[in-house]
Write a protein that binds this ligand. Structure first.
Ligand SMILES: CC(C)=CCC/C(C)=C/CC/C(C)=C/CC/C(C)=C/[C@@H]1[C@@H](COP(=O)(O)OP(=O)(O)O)[C@]1(C)CC/C=C(\C)CC/C=C(\C)CCC=C(C)C
Length: 339
């Protein structure tokens, strides 16, 4: 039984609560815009303002379609028609133990957050993390030079097998169990692989729209995958789509934070995950990034990028209160407390 899968079936014909939810998103945007003061650049006069408060509509990302699919899975769960993977309990115990070890070793913060969750949810987070970080390592890790299209194609085949109840290895077995426990949909996992594919051919982002799409693929998808695990509060009256949108924003905020944290490390691999047009507006170029010189322009540029990441955290914030109560604390601890 997929009893933990609790996507609200509230239709998305925006009611009063949704209107309030969306309205407050725009008022956060407005406040954010007011909060950014014009400042002077030491070398070239006034520093440009970036449109960090601009919404990137999710229309093209087919979030609606994903929410629909998850809701259908939920209905299957209610009829107990969800495909169950039968696996040896001892093997599963070992599988989750290994996923837990990976999560605690590679992602201390996420791991600590997971310890605040119910047992079934924490196991799911470990399995999702272990799967995601393995592809991330293939694309970003020391063996990334050997990465090829066929490798990722193979990973996608393995994903299909996970969802068909035929895991390839013991870590995949944990994910097979998780996707059947929570009736997760395969689409967002496939999109995450798509984001990893982008990493194999793209190392520059013309503007924020392009970077946003990348962040959606690699991290927004994590938000979508995690919502059914965290559960939507039974008493929540906003439509599921707004909660999924908040979860996407949460993933994007986390990814933007990672990008800003790792600028130097990424540059060593020839990658710059910063909008090229915005670098240019601040009088900066790829060479400045590679030179790792902290100039006044760089500091001002980074301040704007940090403000944008915070903006996405603020968009995500309200969504947290619509999750199952037991998930509020663990998810809240997973974002920076300093605003
Ligand atoms: C609550 C909780 C602890 C959830 C975490 C689950 C998780 C972290 C899964 C990540 C899976 C993963 C590794 C995917 C590969 C793609 C990738 C690298 C994504 C980046 C994660 C950073 O991981 P790490 O720091 O190990 O990466 P580096 O080694 O530094 O490259 C991401 C930044 C994505 C993180 C995404 C989230 C934290 C979103 C979680 C969403 C929710 C909990 C839903 C919240 C719901 C609402 C309504 C707000």
């Amino acid at each position: 039984m997929c009893s933990k899968f609790s996507v609200s079936t509230t239709p998305c014909n925006y009611g009063a609560n949704d209107a309030r939810f969306l309205q407050s998103e725009t008022s956060v945007a407005r406040k954010r815009a007011q909060g950014i003061k014009a400042h002077k650049c030491s070398s070239s006069g006034a520093i440009p303002r970036l449109s960090i408060k601009e919404f990137i509509p999710h229309t093209d990302l087919r979030v609606h379609e994903i929410v629909e699919r998850q809701s259908q899975a939920n209905n299957l769960a209610k009829q107990d028609a969800c495909r169950r993977a039968e696996m040896n309990p001892k093997l599963l115990e070992e599988a989750y133990k290994r996923c837990r070890n990976i999560c605690s070793e590679y992602a201390r913060t996420y791991y600590l957050a997971s310890l605040l969750m119910t047992k079934q949810r924490q196991k799911a987070i470990w399995a999702i993390y272990a799967w995601g970080t393995r592809i991330d390592e293939m694309v970003d890790g020391p063996n990334a030079v050997y990465m090829s299209k066929s490798f990722l194609d193979r990973w996608e085949e393995r994903l299909e097998d996970i969802f068909d109840g035929r895991p390839y290895d013991i870590l995949d077995a944990a994910l097979t169990d998780t996707v059947s426990n929570f009736c997760l949909d395969i689409k967002s996992f496939k999109e995450m692989i798509e984001g990893m594919r982008m990493d194999t051919w793209k190392s520059r982002y013309k503007n924020f729209q392009e970077l946003y799409l990348y962040c959606y693929y690699v991290a927004g998808t994590t938000g979508i995958i995690t919502v059914p695990v965290m559960g939507i509060a039974a008493e929540s009256s906003v439509c599921a789509k707004s909660i999924y949108n908040a979860a996407i924003h949460f993933g994007i905020a986390n990814q933007l934070t990672n990008i800003l944290r790792d600028v130097g490390e990424d540059a060593l691999r020839g990658r710059i995950y910063l909008p090229q047009d915005e670098l240019e507006q601040f009088g900066l170029s790829d060479d400045d990034v590679f030179a790792r010189k902290v100039t006044d322009n760089w500091i001002e540029f980074m301040k704007e990028q940090i403000a944008r990441a915070r903006f996405y955290y603020s968009l995500a914030e309200q969504g947290i209160s619509h999750l199952d109560k037991a998930s509020h604390w663990p998810v809240s601890t997973d974002r920076p407390s300093h605003r």
